[in-house]
Write a protein that binds this ligand. Structure first.
Ligand code: ADE
Length: 233
């Protein structure tokens, strides 16, 4: 077993690297990859840089070059659902790309031929996350995450994404990581802690809460990793 843990920004993986303590650093395709052993299991950790293209590159590299056989994503998101507040955790049941648009040809938003509007995350890990949440005494919401190459700081755009995809939260990497993992048959789990409400105050809220929300997410991801390792014994 080799578990990939990825984020998009340094703040999203530094709490994980701190927890690991020691690791081997390898530079590959313009990013750093950190390899370590945790409770006897191999891990590869990296941040991709922001957006769908960089996250596609990193997810693919972790799987194809570093040999990861499952992938967990940790990071922050903008809330769409009014029930999600700053610091709350959301686990993606399925993900879409809100900025993928060939509707001019009669296709739905988020769809290209031979693709699908939604990619479903691994059900076993979602199930496991419920147990982990109750052990930690935390509540975690399940929901749909919409991804696009846009920092959304606009109520109208946010509401459109919510309505069009039934999305509860939005971010900039999950949908592309989902496409990669699904195509390569790698079970994946995408967790986000809310940093903002994707409204006109989003950039300020993001700057204020990136670090604390990223930590919330990372802490939960490490408990997930422990649970995966325990279950494999
Ligand atoms: N990640 C966190 N907040 C976000 C936002 N408002 N838009 C896109 N990605 C985000």
């Amino acid at each position: 077993m080799k578990i990939a843990i990825m984020g998009a920004m340094p703040e999203e993986i530094s709490p994980i690297l701190e927890k690991l303590g020691s690791y081997k650093t390898t530079q590959y395709a313009g990013n750093k990859y950190y390899e370590s052993t945790y409770r006897g299991v191999d891990l590869v950790v990296a941040y991709s840089k922001i957006g769908k293209v960089f996250s596609t590159l990193t997810a693919t590299t972790m799987i194809e070059h570093f040999g990861a056989d499952r992938l967990l994503f940790s990071g922050v998101a903008g809330a769409i659902s009014p029930t999600l507040k700053v610091g709350d955790l959301i686990v993606a049941t399925k993900l879409s790309q809100h900025d993928l648009d060939i509707t001019a040809f009669g296709h739905p938003y988020g769809y290209v031929p031979e693709g699908a509007v939604f990619v479903e995350a691994d059900k076993e890990m979602i199930e496991m996350s419920k147990k982990v949440a109750s052990e930690m005494g935390k509540s975690v919401q399940e929901g749909i995450i919409a991804t696009g190459d846009q920092f959304v700081a606009n109520e109208e755009r946010k509401n459109w994404i919510g309505k069009t995809f039934g999305a509860d939260a939005l971010e900039m990497e999950g949908g592309s990581v989902a496409v990669v993992c699904s195509a390569l048959n790698i079970p994946f789990f995408i967790l986000r802690a809310i940093s903002d409400a994707a409204d006109m105050d989003a950039s300020f809220s993001f700057d204020e809460f990136l670090e604390s929300s990223a930590k919330e997410s990372a802490e939960f991801i490490m408990k997930m990793v422990q649970s995966i390792i325990e279950n494999a014994k």
